[in-house]
Design a protein around this ligand. Structure first.
Ligand code: SAM
Length: 222
């Protein structure tokens, strides 16, 4: 069995009892960064062995992991924060397991996009998750696509790219489109700043953002 185990996105209390039990009971934990996961495991006094599993080795270790799973190992996959497979490694391993007929289970748990969407005050009945925009090739195509969506959409962004992101969103969607910048979810300096794209761009130009960021943008009005 492969378990995908969501881990806290800031507040260490945001982990389920089941996630802790699975991390304790599995034979191996695949971690994006073993030092980061090591701190979480130490906090909860879990001593399950870890192995690195990240964007740079996921192809190379795939076959040996499938062999371990086929011989009956119980393996948990975690990322540095949130749900594995959501803008984090996981997809390749899950697809390979499913193709090989191996059971996969994803525990419900933390992810940054849902609290950002729900707190944004923008319609949450339908939404589109973009994740990170490409930095260069394909960026304008994605922005054009997003600008036409009739539902709320969600982007992950780093603080030093936020101003450019808001500026380009304003160019494509119009400066009066409503949005919300959600920072540091579940952490001490959590902030949700709502406004139109022009207002948000002006605010974050005057006061550059720090920390981790989710940008939620309202859909195009019909
Ligand atoms: N797997 C994660 C999830 O389920 O949300 C996402 C991992 S992705 C590499 C990291 C990005 O998620 C950050 O750059 C930021 O955009 C967003 N993020 C993660 N934690 C956050 C937090 N506490 N507050 C705001 N955004 C966060």
């Amino acid at each position: 069995m492969l378990y995908l185990v969501p881990t806290p996105i800031g507040n260490l209390e945001d982990i389920t009892l089941r996630a802790l039990r699975i991390l304790r009971e599995t034979d191996l934990i695949l971690a994006e960064d073993t030092r980061t996961t090591g701190r979480l495991l130490a906090h909860y006094e879990i001593d399950t062995p870890q192995r690195s599993f990240h964007a740079h080795n996921e192809h190379a270790v795939l076959n040996s992991l499938l062999a371990q799973l086929q011989s009956g190992a119980r393996i948990a996959l975690v990322s540095d924060a949130g749900t594995p497979g959501i803008s984090d490694p996981g997809f390749l391993l899950v697809r390979a397991c499913r193709e090989a007929g191996l059971p996969v289970e994803c525990l419900p748990g933390p992810t940054a996009l849902i609290p950002a969407l729900v707190c944004s005050g923008l319609p949450a009945d339908r939404f589109y998750f973009e994740g990170f925009l490409p930095h260069k090739k394909g960026r304008q195509t994605r922005l054009k696509y997003l600008a036409e969506l009739p539902c709320t959409f969600i982007l992950y962004e780093s603080p030093h790219r936020l101003q450019r992101c808001l500026q380009e969103l304003a160019e494509h969607c119009g400066g009066d489109r409503q949005a919300c910048v959600c920072r540091e979810l579940s952490k001490l300096h959590e902030e949700h700043r709502s406004g139109n794209l022009t207002e948000l761009q002006a605010h974050f130009s005057a006061k550059p953002a720090k920390g981790e960021i989710v940008v939620v943008v309202g859909g195009k009005r019909e």
